[in-house]
Design a binder for this molecule. Structure first.
Ligand code: SF4
Ligand code: SF4
Length: 432
């Protein structure tokens, strides 16, 4: 018992002792992995796709979340939703650089992928004392108060050269990658399939909901040990000093349940999704089979983007929590950086996004046309309106109509690939 955490008491210590390792299949890694908790799979999983190419860093999502859930005393430095500028920004400061450093120590031969299978150790497999009496179930650390204080540090700071270097700017930047670059990374809790926060909690205060896979902290059970804060590699579980318990993103579950007064009883997207000015966000629910795998749901837009078009990728899949947030990677960022961040699917994802086929172009139109969750889409074919040559062959643009349906099978909206243009009649001299 001597190496058990001294701040964990009584029966909570027994919960650590009783921990067993389980073999689970992590499809993002392409292999089985050790998980220090019993896996339990939901019927549906809350999931989302963020298109980083479109994020303008306006922080409207950040403030939508803050003004809904974390405006109280003790939550001053608590940002469940945040947008950080990569490569230097991060909330808490340097969170990913710090976890990657721990991962590198555990993987002296590198975090290697071979044939789309991850060969290195995850945060669970790399935990230093990985045994029944271990203090840490996952590689992790507790950020300092200082690191939580500055969510916008390094905002808009680019990597790759000084502004006084005229040679660098004389020809402008060109794809495939830019020499000077940054991008906005919008983040919320990933409502992981194998949550490190949940596995680490000695109080069993964290649970994953059967109906939608949303990960919640039971505020009554939590005793503020902060093991979840330490273990979450994305640092999306946060401690509140005034209540002395931990809190995290709740995926606006009343909206997802359809119990928000505005929803009319239908599942609605979260506040951060609904507020997105750049229209980068699409959220949904994907069906999960008994083995934890995504059940084929071909016309579900999230399923299509992740599993069929493979244009959206998980954030740091090598951590091993099987996060349910997916990102269309930014086109202009050096590929090595992106491969470290999103895994081996980056080149395909960027190609698919740069030269979208007919279906992908139509599905991309679904982003932010409604605040209701889209469960299914159909495409009605329209006329060819443009064509050009591309490095991948002829590119043709069709003005197709994409139709979105809700959970009751009723149409939510329809929209077209070509944005309609309305010309206002010249009635007023003052156009304000
Ligand atoms: S992102 Fe972190 S807090 Fe959210 S479910 Fe995953 S491990 Fe838990
Ligand atoms: S609201 Fe949308 S565009 Fe604005 S910062 Fe958030 S994710 Fe980016």
């Amino acid at each position: 018992m001597s190496d058990l955490p001294s701040d964990v008491h009584g029966s909570d210590k027994m919960n650590i002792l009783k921990r067993t390792l389980n073999k689970v299949f992590n499809w993002q890694l392409g292999r089985e992995m050790d998980y220090p908790y019993a896996a339990a799979y939901p019927n549906k999983q809350f999931a989302f796709v963020f298109n980083t190419n479109r994020c303008l860093g306006c922080q409207t999502c950040t403030m939508a979340c803050k003004s809904t859930w974390t405006f109280g005393k003790g939550q001053e430095t608590m940002w469940w939703a945040n947008v950080e500028t990569k490569p230097y920004g991060g909330y808490p400061r340097n969170w990913d650089a710090k976890i990657l450093e721990l991962m590198e120590e555990a993987n002296p031969d590198g975090m290697e992928w071979r044939d789309n299978i991850y060969k290195g150790k995850t945060i669970f497999e790399g935990a230093e004392k990985h045994s029944a009496t271990s203090q840490q179930v996952a590689l992790g650390y507790l950020p300092t108060d200082e690191e939580w204080k500055t969510p916008n540090l390094y905002e808009d700071v680019p990597s790759g050269g000084s502004r006084n270097n005229s040679a660098l700017y004389s020809k402008g930047e060109q794809l495939p990658t830019h020499r000077t670059w940054f991008f906005y990374l919008a983040r919320i809790c990933n409502h992981c399939s194998y949550p490190a926060c949940l596995a680490a909690c000695p109080r069993k205060a964290i649970y994953k909901r059967k109906e939608d896979g949303i990960v919640l902290i039971d505020q009554e059970r939590c005793r503020g040990y902060r093991k979840c804060v330490e273990a979450c590699p994305y640092k999306k579980s946060m401690y509140r000093g005034t209540t002395r318990v931990s809190e995290k993103c709740i995926a606006c579950y009343p909206r997802v349940e359809g119990s928000d007064p505005q929803s009319g009883g239908k599942p609605m997207e979260t506040r951060c999704m609904a507020a997105c000015i750049g229209q980068i966000r699409l959220q949904g629910l994907v069906p999960i089979g008994a083995n934890g795998e995504w059940t084929v749901d071909r016309q579900n837009p999230i399923y299509y983007l992740v599993k069929v078009a493979k244009v959206a990728l998980p954030l740091y899949p090598q951590f091993g929590t099987q996060p349910n947030g997916y990102y269309i990677p930014p086109r202009w960022v050096p590929r090595d950086y992106l491969r470290q961040m999103y895994g081996p699917g980056v080149d395909h994802a960027i190609d698919a996004y740069t030269y979208p086929d007919r279906e992908l172009l139509a599905v991309l139109q679904l982003f932010r046309k409604s605040n209701m969750i889209v469960f299914r889409y159909e495409i009605e074919k329209g006329p060819k309106v443009w064509e050009t040559d591309s490095p991948k062959g002829k590119f043709e643009l069709y003005d197709d109509t994409v139709i979105a349906f809700g959970n009751d099978g009723r149409e939510l909206f329809r929209t077209k690939v070509e944005e309609p243009v309305y010309v206002r009649p010249p009635q007023h001299l003052n156009t304000i």
